[in-house]
Write a protein that binds this ligand. Structure first.
Ligand code: NAD
Length: 490
């Protein structure tokens, strides 16, 4: 066990400086592969909230007054710097949340293109339109920044969610406060410090602390003008309640229970890879778009089930997330671990049949590495069920647990796909173009992927329908439109 002094120390980044919490208190960050603390992060206070909001407000007039070209050049320089820091940031993220290093590295490199895209968008968000108002008037619109944007991050993809919020909010001329999750804040604290070497002081700030303490206080603060939160629906509810006294616009990117639907005419080899990648090798199922409900047409059900279980057994390598050969790591925290195990028990009680996996614990999953024995390990687990109404089919488990459900017809597939409160993503596997188009039209979700899964792109919106959220982390959603009318005199 490391003593407090031996743990790595990370600090808030506020107003261009590294700072400790005003109380001097810290929290421990735990490495989920070992179950042991490895770093300390600030436990910030209400006083720190006032300080960070003041810093962001102070920086806003000069940052928003820059020309689009000037802002763009800052963001381009950040894009240029990403490759230099990608490896360091990736290692911190993997240590903090257990996502395997190969995937985390790929995602970190992808941050570069987000910054470049945001650099290109600086001009776009300044462009309004002219409007006909009659012979003696001129009407037009202006797009302006909101002021201070608060980005609240989840633990499963801190660097990526940090980037899509900060890059587009800064492009639109806002200043930014990032509040990472207390469960995985280290990569964000270091990222903020690195970006601070390029940006003027106060333009981008990072503060760590508990959601129910500083999260609520930041949301309620009148110096914060817009909130973008990626996380769970219950936190979205808390944010709406915290801002009830002083309503402010919000973007919510929330959870999902996404269907991945395989029709009998699909390329089954590709579909098998697609359904496995959508759940187990996507951060051990801890991804908002996880394809956690696998719907298979009855005529190919047994064959697909056999192929999926064989391929999970033969290709997924659960192991040390720092090892590039691992394709699935541990769950990200003890809370997550206990939650997933309770869902596996629930699934059995509800009558689901485990056709693969279900085991847990370091001694069973990674017996060759004694140092990982106290980590939060769960096998990729597949339940066969006959009804979509079970709780394991309706609730977001957020782990390496999927259900496989048979369907007969296209209509039944649509009905099952839409039968949840969520609407984030959906996969459809078929070679029939007409069927694919009908499914796209009939599925109620913000993203539909055909013969692929979870493909996102800078020019595509990414958001949820129904209880999966609203708004998108785009430059347009980080600027507001003002209507102007000028009366022309004689
Ligand atoms: P969470 O809701 O527990 O926490 C998210 C963030 O909100 C954390 O930073 C937390 O500290 C903060 N928070 C908690 N209470 C708060 C409060 N009262 N006021 C203000 N902030 C508060 O979510 P999580 O467990 O970190 O992440 C997992 C969830 O995120 C899953 O539901 C997942 O589907 C979702 N997610 C969605 C997307 C997407 O783009 N749609 C992406 C990643 C994750």
């Amino acid at each position: 066990m490391k003593t407090k002094q031996e743990l790595k120390q990370y600090q808030n980044f506020i107003g261009g400086r590294l700072t400790v919490s005003s109380s001097g208190k810290t929290m421990e960050s735990v490495d989920p592969s070992t179950g042991k603390a490895w770093a300390q992060i600030p436990l910030s206070t209400q006083e720190d909230v006032e300080t960070v909001v003041a810093a962001a407000r102070h920086a806003f007039p000069s940052w928003s007054a820059l020309s689009a070209e000037e802002r763009s050049s800052y963001l381009r320089r950040i894009g240029d710097s990403i490759s230099v820091h990608a490896e360091e940031l990736t290692k911190l993220e993997t240590r903090d949340n257990g996502d395997v290093i190969g995937v985390a590295m790929y995602l970190a490199e992808a941050l570069k293109s987000v910054w470049y895209d945001a650099a290109g968008a600086c001009k776009e968000c300044g462009q309004g339109k002219t409007v006909q108002m009659g012979p003696n008037s001129v009407g037009y619109t202006l797009r302006e920044p909101f002021g201070v944007v608060l980005g609240i991050l989840p633990w499963n993809a801190p660097l990526f969610t940090f980037t899509i919020k900060a890059a587009y909010a800064l492009a639109a001329g806002n200043t930014v406060i990032i509040k990472p999750s207390q469960q995985a804040a280290v990569s964000s604290l270091r990222y903020g410090e690195l970006l601070g070497e390029i940006l003027p002081a106060g333009v981008l700030n990072v503060i760590s602390g508990l959601g129910r303490e500083i999260g609520d206080a930041l949301v309620a603060n009148r110096g914060v003008n817009k909130v973008s939160m990626t996380g769970s629906g219950s936190t979205a509810g808390a944010i709406l309640r915290a801002s009830a006294q002083h309503p402010k616009p919000s973007i919510f990117e929330l959870g999902g229970k996404s269907p991945n639907i395989v029709f009998e005419d699909a390329d089954l080899d590709k579909a098998v890879d697609g359904v496995i990648h959508a759940i187990y090798t996507s951060n051990a199922g801890q991804r908002c778009t996880a394809g956690s409900r696998i719907l298979i047409q009855r005529t190919i059900f047994d064959e697909m089930l056999e192929r999926i279980t064989e391929r999970v057994k033969n290709t997924i390598k659960v192991g040390d997330p720092m090892d590039p050969a691992s394709t699935m790591g541990p769950l990200s925290s003890q809370d997550q671990y206990e939650k997933i195990l309770s869902y596996i028990e629930l699934g059995k009680k509800e009558g689901g049949e485990i056709v693969y996996g279900g085991r847990h614990g370091g001694e069973n999953i990674v017996p060759e590495k004694a140092e990982l024995s106290d980590g939060y390990w769960v096998e990729p687990t597949l339940f066969k069920v006959n009804s979509n109404s079970l709780r394991i089919c309706q609730e977001e488990i957020f782990g390496p647990v999927a259900v496989v459900i048979p369907f007969e017809t296209e209509e039944e597939a649509v009905a099952i796909a839409n039968d949840t409160c969520f609407g984030l993503g959906a996969g459809v596997w078929t070679k029939n173009l007409n069927l694919a188009h009908r499914m796209i039209r009939n599925i109620e979700s913000g993203n539909v992927w055909v013969n692929t899964y979870s493909r996102v792109g800078a020019d595509l919106p990414f958001g949820g329908f129904k209880e999966s959220g609203y708004g998108t982390d785009s430059v347009m959603d980080y600027s507001r439109e003002k209507a102007c009318v000028i009366e022309i005199g004689e």
